[in-house]
Design a protein around this ligand. Structure first.
Ligand SMILES: Cc1cc2nc3c(=O)[nH]c(=O)nc-3n(C[C@H](O)[C@H](O)[C@H](O)COP(=O)(O)OP(=O)(O)OC[C@H]3O[C@@H](n4cnc5c(N)ncnc54)[C@H](O)[C@@H]3O)c2cc1C
Length: 594
């Protein structure tokens, strides 16, 4: 049976203890986000997700969305849950009060998003895409567009989409064919077909605001000739009320492996009226605002599904009686011992836990940086944090979602045959987790972004905001005997990461294929080292608090940190060896032999 209880203790540990929550409260605009309020909001969100969204998860998977004559219906219960979600003000939580939001930190919002992903990933895609569209319009739209569209999007009355993909182009958006023709009144007529559009059509909101990549008649070829347009499903009149239907229709929805409750639509734009967002031909820049936030949203999906599957697997492993402990019966009064006595089951459970809790901790480092970017008064501090977030976002997107899938898969394994049977519900998590590795830029493309854009960016400036704190931390703690078992492996793997970074910079300059061939292994190596850093810091905080009550919680943290260092971090040497072996084994293979 699917069970989930939001990991509130861990969330509070990260928010208040690992990172100092009071620092966020000190930023202008976040004064109201006091520790008590943060905890109360987390508790309310947990109740909503556990009681409203979780019961719909299975229904969404089984019933899916339906399509008839351009109309898409979401699974039973989704519309009512969405109404409750917006009435409670969840979409507006971290939005600027200027547009009707509550102005809470993004870090808090991220934790709530994790609960949504854990309890009903498909449902979460509807508000998730709206946040992305909101960000792009807010950053690049005209005042008129902002006033007309943003308040209703914040209120959840209108939703948003992101229309990039076309049949001939997914990763390579330079091949976009959708056209935008300027009109005398300053608007544009948009014509073309977009595919795989999440929440492109549905029955939850009055209006849907599409952000569409298209080419102007005078567009330069390729990626430098793309512009971004806002195209509403219903036109908006001067007084803000809804007018005629615009020329955009859903042609069909996809049957797919997972997230059945999320509508994935073919969208046909036929002389649809739209407005330019940002500058002509600079649409990719505007879209990146949306994509970076969306990438953290997808990264969050990996953590949420990881947590949900871990909880199910841990419960099952304690209940299911099978075999005897190899060290002799642990429960002689029972016909067999529970699965949890077996070392291999423990290996899987601890792997699930170490990735999920580690990734959550790393994610909060990034969301805090984003909070500094949005609120810190000093532009230099904002720029530093922006660089850190830019560096770590592709790592979070790819590493967290790879872990999410790996963890969900281990969850099935722990359930044995019952995991493969639909009744337990755990197989849904594997199917749902798979898409996160593909959309918002497939994980291989995130790796290319890391080595091709983020490493060389501003002469390696973003790297400093990771390398400096980690090396300073290692130096500061290297003589602390209590931390030695964590610091030593951290230092060793960090050394490998530095060496690999230097190698990629040098070899990649001479031959870009070397950098591209190393990219995925490098990203995973980076993710593991970043986790080693946050796990060491978590162990440090836990050790310091071990004798002050809640011993069980802190002891489990230290033990999980120890497991990570000894059992998962050693992958870093294999990754290092693989990536340093160069591109030859990949590129010398004859194409005809594939
Ligand atoms: C359920 C679902 C929801 C989606 N939602 C949206 C949405 O809301 N809006 C939207 O616009 N799109 C959406 N997409 C599309 C999604 O973003 C794309 O599928 C994704 O970006 C990959 O593009 P593609 O499918 O065309 O694969 P391709 O670009 O054909 O790539 C195939 C494989 O090749 C790899 N690859 C491609 N180019 C390179 C390269 N240069 N170097 C190395 N490897 C490369 C990729 O990593 C991938 O593994 C969605 C897709 C799905 C399935």
């Amino acid at each position: 049976m699917t069970t989930y209880s939001a990991p509130l203790r861990d969330m509070r540990f990260l928010y208040h203890e690992l990172y100092d929550g009071a620092e966020l409260t000190g930023l202008p605009g976040y004064e109201e986000a006091t520790p008590d309020l943060v905890d109360a909001v987390l508790e309310e969100a947990a109740k909503f997700c556990e009681n409203e969204l979780l019961p719909l998860n299975r229904i969404g998977d089984e019933e899916g969305c339906t399509y008839e004559n351009g109309v898409v219906r979401t699974p039973p219960g989704f519309k009512a849950a969405y109404e409750a979600y917006t009435e409670a003000g969840w979409p507006a939580l971290s939005v600027d009060p200027e547009y009707g939001g509550q102005g809470m930190p993004k870090t808090l919002d991220f934790l709530i998003e994790e609960m949504v992903c854990a309890t009903n990933l498909a449902f979460g895609t509807y508000p998730g895409l709206t946040v992305g569209a909101f960000n792009a319009i807010k950053a690049h739209g005209s005042d008129d567009l902002k006033q007309t569209y943003l308040p209703n999007m914040v209120a959840g009355k209108w939703s948003g989409t992101m229309c990039l993909t076309e049949p001939q182009c997914g990763t390579d958006l330079g091949m976009v064919r959708t056209r935008a023709v300027p009109q005398d009144d300053g608007s544009f007529k948009i014509t073309g077909t977009k595919i795989f559009i999440t929440a492109g059509e549905h029955d939850m909101t009055e209006n849907i605001i599409h952000l569409v990549l298209a080419k102007l008649p005078d567009a330069p070829p390729g990626i430098k000739g793309i512009s971004l347009f806002l195209v509403p499903k219903f036109m908006v009149k001067e007084d803000g009320s809804l007018g005629a239907r615009n020329g955009v229709m859903c042609g069909s929805i996809e049957e797919k492996m997972g997230i059945h409750g999320s509508s994935t639509c073919v969208m046909n734009f036929d002389d649809a009226t739209g407005w330019l967002v940002g500058v002509p031909h600079k649409g990719m820049r505007a879209m990146f605002t949306m994509m970076n936030a969306a990438r953290m949203g997808v990264a969050c999906q990996g953590i949420g599904l990881g947590e949900a599957t871990y909880q199910m697997a841990a419960t099952y492993a304690k209940e299911r009686l099978q075999g005897r402990s190899v060290a002799g019966p642990k429960h002689p009064d029972k016909p067999a011992d529970p699965l949890i006595v077996h070392p291999d089951i423990r290996r899987m459970l601890l792997t699930m836990r170490a990735y999920t809790e580690g990734n959550r901790a790393l994610a909060l480092w990034i969301t805090r940086a984003l909070d500094y970017v949005s609120k810190h008064p000093d532009p230099a501090v904002r720029a530093d944090h922006e660089d850190l977030a830019a560096l770590l976002t592709p790592i979070a997107k790819a590493f967290f979602t790879d872990c999410g899938f790996e963890v969900a898969n281990l969850g099935v394994q722990i359930h044995g045959g019952m995991g493969f049977i639909r009744e337990t519900g755990v197989e849904q998590y594997v199917r749902d987790a798979r898409i996160a590795q593909i959309y918002e830029g497939a994980n291989g493309v995130q790796a290319l972004d890391l080595v091709g854009r983020k490493l060389p960016m501003n002469m390696g400036r973003p790297l400093r905001f990771f390398f400096h704190p980690v090396s300073e931390y290692i130096e500061a703690k290297s003589s602390d005997p209590a931390l030695m078992e964590f610091i030593m492996p951290l230092a060793k793997s960090f050394g490998r990461l530095q060496q690999a970074t230097g190698w990629i910079a040098q070899e990649g300059m001479k031959d870009p294929e070397q950098a591209a061939a190393a990219a995925s292994d490098y990203l995973r190596l980076f993710g593991l080292v970043a986790l080693a850093y946050v796990w060491t810091r978590m162990a440090e905080v836990a050790l310091a608090n071990m004798d002050g009550g809640e011993r069980e919680f802190y002891a489990a943290k230290v033990a999980t940190a120890r497991f990570f260092m000894k059992r998962l971090l050693p992958q870093s040497s294999a990754l290092f060896a693989a990536l340093m072996s160069g591109a030859d084994t990949l590129m010398d293979f004859e194409e005809a032999a594939f």
